[in-house]
Write a protein that binds this ligand. Sequence first.
Ligand code: ADP
Ligand code: MG
Length: 320
Amino acid sequence: VNAPGEFELIERFFTARGAAREDVLLGVGDDAALLAMPPGAELVLALDTIVAGRHFPPDANGRAVGHRVLAVNLSDFAAMGAEPAWALLGLTLPASDEIWLDAFASGFDELARRFGVALVGGDTTRGPLCATVTLAGWVPAGTALRRGGARPGDDLWISGTPGDAGAGLAILQGRLAATGAVREELLRRFLLPEPRVQLGLALRGIATACIDVSDGLAADLAKLCRASDAGALLDAARLPRSAALTTAAGDTAALQLALSAGDDYELVFSAPPAARRRIEKLDSAVAVHCIGEITEVPGVRVEGAALERDAAHGFDHFDD
Ligand code: ADP
Ligand code: MG
């Protein structure tokens, strides 16, 4: 087998990837990257690791893995309202399979270019398949969105249609049946999540708190509530659900997936009711919906739906 060595591998697959940026004084190839920070900015850093068999199926194609490892970090930036700029890639590979690597590098590259991120360095080792990205960027001083700023009376919003990625994973695992365009759409939502960076940036100065949904709406909303020392009341009837999700799963399971399934990488945020008009008019590449409000009572409660016990795990639930 003609497997490339480490040096050749870095040269072929990880040099000149992502966006070309003038603020990269030194990128891949030296002992460390050298970057010019804009004046008056605060440095923002995030790191997320994805492991085969835990965060993605071991047989997932390279393109989806390369996309995912950057997308999960971009989603953290979106939730902070931060501008992504530079990435470091840590890659552990069982063997240097060129076809897989080429797909991985192009999945990473495509997303990185789209979001203006330059790949400026990394590390490559042999071992069980695992990928890590450290993403760096900035916010103008004092403007970052945090989890802790929600106040009772604030509206609660979500982007996109939660539950789709969970349904896509269920299809991959053979727990849910779907065919044709519905199947394709839900698989795409799981395999190629779209980070909501533009929305996060647009929410600076508007949202009082923000978090991205990686573990599930109810679970991640609970984190926002704890950080804000507040609670939330969700109206199940206002929770957006995609036609694909409802078609594949039916109404009841669709609602449960929308509340509990992970991997959507949508943004949940709070904002004062006075900001409603501005939020509805944001130009952010994804629709947003008001789904409830922040309350003084702690915990996450859901009204307007009869839920099975499993779906109510982690939050109280009110039937009506
Ligand atoms: P060192 O021994 O100095 O750490 P390496 O051989 O690990 O050097 O890396 C050489 C160069 O290639 C460095 O600039 C490093 O940042 C970069 N690099 C290594 N692996 C990757 C990768 N997976 N993606 C991007 N850059 C990488
Ligand atoms: Mg190294």
